[in-house]
Design a protein around this ligand. Structure first.
Ligand code: COA
Length: 280
């Protein structure tokens, strides 16, 4: 293994523009009177349909424009879009409608020319939005492109958390991410599950990922699982049960293959969910 810390990259020529845009968005969102749907619509129109940004209201009604163009313009406003969680009976509509415009801006930005793989700007924008979406968002939150949530408002995030591309954070039953957690590409973290008999029978259970945990590439953590401090879920693993602190779990279902060499005394780390509940 070779230590390869990230190197610094000089800012792009348009960094000042980007800073000013982010500041404008951040200031607008900090104003409690902000109409978040209009803010989202304006931002997306300016990014994707600049010719219609200043006359959006008349353009969507303009019968001389192709129907598909009017539909696409309409979809810049989150009120014209339905997101999957809106169908869930356990979705708190009042809370979801507050965050929906920001989720729509987040997801849509990732599909624009400006967004997606544009690392610095994407990370900064998502940081601005996350503060107004999540239940709690710590310092230095870093999310790459195409991360998806269920409700967004049921997610607690500690300091220095990194979420890589194409991660699903299903916070329907709640997800708590501790400090310095890293979620690798294409990982899935769930907090709801369905009965094997009746699909409509849904159980929500908070999933907890403690400080220093790494959920690695393509791994899945099921609802209600508690991944303890410094635990690691290996590539492609399926964590169906709690992961012990400092242990490395791999496979389906995930099992411990080793204890990290930096782990403290075994007696302190070999805890299971049963131990926590006082069982055998
Ligand atoms: C979890 C991981 C770090 C384990 O690495 P390790 O501690 O060096 O473990 P080893 O390679 O010694 O493997 C131990 C055993 O588990 C198996 N194993 C390792 N990773 C596995 C995986 N993801 N799935 C299934 N089995 C795995 C090995 O084949 C080996 O089995 P064996 O004893 O029968 O030969 C590594 O497999 C992994 O998933 N890496 C993901 C990449 C990564 O680091 N991502 C972080 C990005 S933030």
């Amino acid at each position: 293994m070779v230590l390869r810390p990230l190197r610094s990259v000089p800012p792009c020529d348009n960094a000042k523009l980007a800073d000013a845009w982010l500041e404008q968005l951040g200031a607008a969102l900090s104003d409690p009177r902000c109409d978040r749907s209009v803010l989202c619509r304006n931002a997306l129109a300016e990014l994707a349909y600049p010719d219609y940004a200043s006359n959006w209201e008349t353009a969507v009604e303009d019968s001389s424009l192709p129907l598909a163009t009017r539909l696409a313009l309409g979809a810049l406003d989150p009120r014209n879009v339905t997101l999957e969680p809106e169908y869930y009976s356990d979705c708190d509509d009042a809370r979801f409608q507050r965050v929906k415009p920001l989720l729509w801006l987040w997801y849509s930005f990732d599909r624009t020319v400006l967004g997606g793989q544009n690392v610095w700007l994407g990370v900064e924008l998502r940081r601005v939005l996350a503060r107004h979406i999540f239940k709690r968002c710590g310092e230095n939150f870093k999310a790459f492109q195409h991360v998806e949530f269920s409700f967004g408002y049921n997610l607690e995030v500690g300091d220095n958390v990194v979420v890589h591309r194409h991660v699903l954070l299903d916070d329907r039953g709640g997800i708590v991410l501790g400090n310095r957690v890293s979620i690798s590409d294409y990982a899935n973290i769930y907090s709801h599950t369905h009965s094997i008999v009746e699909q409509k029978d849904v159980t929500n259970a908070t999933t907890v990922i403690e400080d220093g945990v790494r959920i690695t590439y393509h791994a899945t953590v099921l609802a209600g699982v508690h991944v303890h401090e410094q635990g690691m879920v290996g590539a492609m693993a399926l964590a169906t049960k709690d992961v012990r602190p400092y242990h490395v779990y791999v496979g389906i279902p995930a099992k411990s293959v080793r204890v990290k060499p930096n782990a403290p005394q075994a007696s302190e780390i070999l805890r299971t969910s049963r131990d926590r509940q006082g069982g055998d």
